[in-house]
Design a protein around this ligand. Structure first.
Ligand code: SF4
Length: 298
């Protein structure tokens, strides 16, 4: 199967991207592995004509926003994101009306249409810098992740209006699970994704997005690291740092991320389907919000 995929990739002039939470066999065939924004930026720099985005829907949309001239494929069209589904354009417009003096900061884990209605996007890594960059605003509507929003609120003087959304996979990480792992691995450091609840983040040695975790894992002198995010991350960390031990959180599994299979990747390359296309009207508005973020974070 890997050989067939390689062959089709060549014939189609395609690249395969895999998010850090993808299953091991998908990470192993990918040209690039990373977080959603890193991957989308890779697409924009690459001269491939076809992009197979092994991730979830909003990620493929972001790739298409940045590179509309390329064919963007999502091997399983049903791979969605429960967090992104917790917001709609209509509800966001209503919230704006309630707070006309606030700017809207939108986490990249959101639908393209919501990005289009926002002033600026952010990632988990640059959320605080993005919020603080909005010098003309004291009030920020932060969507759609309330845990990331709370984390930012704890670090800025601005008033943050939270959206009632969360990633259920990170929000379900229990304080008692972490306490137990810390008891079992007393020498381990604990790094947590800011989509986890504030009570869990309070126990973390570092709060990091997935790209930050990769850098941290390389440079830390700790031999054991508890990984407070989706379990797929542990595969990559372990592969890149075989001398260290990475401890996963049992049950932190995003089912949508696991919908991608080698079989579906091969089919999508063969049929050039299912495609993700963002309408031009939404795309031009959404890219403004994405580019504003890129200007700030470089
Ligand atoms: Fe969405 Fe959470 Fe799955 Fe990421 S882990 S794709 S935020 S549901």
């Amino acid at each position: 199967m890997e050989e067939r995929i390689k062959q089709l990739k060549k014939e189609r002039n395609a690249i395969i991207l895999a998010h850090n939470y993808q299953p091991p066999e998908i990470q192993d065939i990918a040209d690039y592995i990373g977080d959603s924004l890193d991957l989308s930026r890779r697409v924009a720099e690459d001269d491939a004509e076809v992009v197979v985005f092994c991730g979830v829907y909003f990620m493929a949309e972001t790739a298409n926003i940045l590179s509309p001239e390329k064919i963007t494929l999502l091997p399983d069209a049903h791979a969605g994101c429960q967090l992104a589904d917790m917001i709609t354009v209509e509800a966001l417009k209503k919230k704006r009306e309630e707070h006309p003096d606030a700017a809207v900061v939108c986490y990249v884990n959101s639908p393209a249409a919501v990005k289009a209605e926002s002033d600026i996007c952010c990632t988990s890594a640059n959320a605080l810098a993005v919020v603080n960059s909005l010098r003309d605003y004291d009030k920020i509507i932060f969507v759609p992740d309330k845990n990331l929003g709370s984390y930012v609120a704890s670090k800025t003087d601005k008033e943050i209006i939270l959206w009632d959304g969360c990633c259920p996979i990170h929000d379900d990480v229990e304080l008692c699970q972490i306490e137990k792992l810390k008891r079992n691995y007393p020498d381990a450091v604990f790094i947590a994704h800011p989509e986890c609840r504030p009570s869990v983040l309070a126990l973390a040695d570092e709060v990091l997005g997935t790209s930050g975790m990769i850098k941290f894992a390389k440079k830390t002198s700790a031999n054991e690291v508890i990984i407070g995010t989706e379990v797929g991350m542990v595969y990559r960390l372990q592969k890149e740092n075989p001398e260290k031990k990475f401890i996963k959180i049992d049950g932190a599994i995003c089912k949508d991320m696991k919908l991608t299979t080698l079989d579906k990747v091969e089919k999508s390359l063969k049929n050039l389907e299912p495609r993700v296309v963002v309408s031009e009207e939404i795309r031009v508005k959404a890219i403004r919000a994405v580019n504003k973020m890129i200007e700030i974070s470089g």
